[in-house]
Write a protein that binds this ligand. Structure first.
Ligand code: SAM
Length: 478
């Protein structure tokens, strides 16, 4: 399908647009494949860090063989697309398949905020979790990430990806943006990766070309305004709003910058970019708000736009945690049962909701209680499990978390057996150990089995099991 003439016409004249090269790159059929590795997981098991390391193999490639994405500490290009779904490491949260341009959100965050400080970060439009898992990798362990998605089915996928990433400082919520207005001046950073007309993904998703129209660009522009107006009160004075789209259209990009500066007291924030990266800096017509546009004929990645603003109104947060909460702290007895399952000296508090226990950073108690009181929470922190008698029935999230005690008995599976485990089929392992046992692939935890006298139960989550039998082609996210 050809690019819409009206789209090409509307882009003519915008900074850096080269119509011929743009059309040509869309017709080339070229595919850019990129992944982002999980810095937390690489430290687990005391293996050499995957970032500079040699131990992570993706497809047929060891990490050091791959070329780095220059604007992201953890991003790599792959020369070809492996069948990601049949790589156990992706299910272990060792890496995430993410479109390269989107990883630039790292620059927007780290150039505008001191990420060594404890921050409260909201990722408002977060499913399936590309930006959220990157944000998690960038903020400190005593910072909070609230990862929100309004559409329920997509919130489930977001939750799965956040659990696999393994951090304890994340709350996954499923709420309309207006809900966050109750948390006045609460967040230091709000990321709005807005639903948009999607022209930036046309090279990869050619079938979406037919859905593009000028009218849809207008509708998206209006919806983006509503989302931003709804959530803006939740940003504190001095806090940063990071706004992005995968649209090339000026209305949704620079147009939103002008609208924000017309409507609120914000400063537009320029970012430093290396000219060799090929990213185009733009400025909006009215207020000269800075934006950064990614053209696939200029960079190795898909179409993307991002801009950042500092809020200069509102004051500090006066939101207080409630006096009474649905949450209780775990009892001493419960904590004593759980302690051996966790790495020693983790700065986490154990909490209980009904009979489910979860771990959350001690330093974020006020934040946890406040969010739970105001927003529909799907999951907070790391689910640890339930107590049955004097034992823990461990949760899958614990197995793939950064909190898990390294000395828990584990069995290592070969690739075919690991896939069978991830299909939730029967697995046979040789171990003399009885009871709860971790299943690993190349030292990365995949989940739990329970070894009984005469059989082995597979506890991989039913809803997350691999269903596909043939090679997967589309498993890449923004
Ligand atoms: N940030 C995600 C990532 O990096 O993986 C991609 C987000 S996608 C571009 C936009 C998200 O906004 C979608 O998950 C969509 O369901 C959600 N969305 C759609 N309508 C919305 C609305 N009215 N308010 C908030 N979010 C909305």
């Amino acid at each position: 399908m050809q690019l819409p003439q009206q789209l090409l016409d509307s882009l003519t004249g915008i900074a850096g647009f080269d119509k011929e090269a743009f059309v040509q790159v869309h017709e080339s059929g070229e595919q850019v494949v990129s992944v982002r590795v999980n810095p937390f997981k690489s430290e687990i098991g005391n293996r050499q860090s995957a970032i500079d390391g040699s131990d992570l193999t993706i497809g047929h490639f060891n990490l050091p063989q791959l070329s780095k994405i220059p604007w992201c500490s953890y991003g790599y290009y792959l020369p070809e697309r492996p069948a990601f779904i049949f790589d156990p490491l992706i299910h272990a949260g060792a890496y995430y398949v993410q479109e390269a341009s989107s990883m630039f959100v790292e620059q927007a965050l780290t150039q505008t905020m001191d990420v060594s400080q404890p921050l409260r970060v909201l990722d408002l439009c977060a499913a399936p979790g590309g930006k959220s898992t990157l944000l998690q990798s960038l903020i400190s362990a005593d910072s909070l990430l609230v990862s929100n998605e309004v559409i329920k089915s997509r919130a489930a996928i977001l939750e799965e990806n956040c659990v696999k990433w393994g951090g304890a400082n994340v709350i996954v919520t499923n709420a309309d943006p207006i809900t966050f207005a109750r948390l006045e001046n609460f967040f230091d950073v709000i990321v709005v990766d807005a639903p948009c007309s999607g022209s930036g993904l046309f090279r990869r998703e050619r079938e979406a070309i037919g859905e593009w129209s000028e009218q849809n660009v207008q509708l998206c522009y209006q919806r983006q305004q509503r989302i931003l107006a709804d959530v803006f009160p939740a940003l504190k004075e001095g806090g940063v709003l990071i706004y992005s789209t995968c649209s090339y259209s000026k209305e949704e990009d620079e147009g939103i910058g002008d609208w924000l500066m017309d409507t609120f007291t914000v400063d537009s924030l320029p970012l430093k970019i290396d000219t060799a990266w090929g990213i185009v800096e733009t400025q909006s017509d009215k207020h000269q708000a800075y934006g950064y546009r990614f053209f696939p004929n200029k960079i190795k990645g898909e179409g993307f736009f991002i801009s950042s603003f500092r809020k200069q109104e509102g004051g500090a947060s006066s939101v207080k945690p409630p006096k009474k909460s649905l949450l209780q702290k775990a009892s001493k007895n419960e904590a004593g049962i759980i302690q051996p399952w966790l790495q020693p000296k983790q700065p986490v508090q154990l909490w209980k909701q009904k009979d489910e226990l979860f771990a959350f950073p001690v330093s974020l108690e006020k934040e946890l209680l406040t969010i739970v009181d105001n927003v529909y929470v799907r999951r907070a922190g790391t689910a640890v499990g339930k107590i049955a008698g004097n034992d823990l029935v461990p949760d899958h999230a614990l197995a793939v978390s950064t909190l898990i005690n390294q000395s828990i008995v584990a069995v290592s599976l070969k690739k075919e057996d690991a896939i069978q485990y991830l299909r939730k089929e029967e697995v046979s392992v040789s171990t003399s150990h009885k009871g709860w046992t971790l299943v690993q692939f190349e030292q990365y935890n995949l989940g739990w089995i329970k070894v009984l006298q005469n059989r082995i139960n597979n506890y991989y989550p039913q809803g997350w099991r691999i269903l596909k039998r043939t090679t997967d082609s589309a498993n890449e996210h923004n």
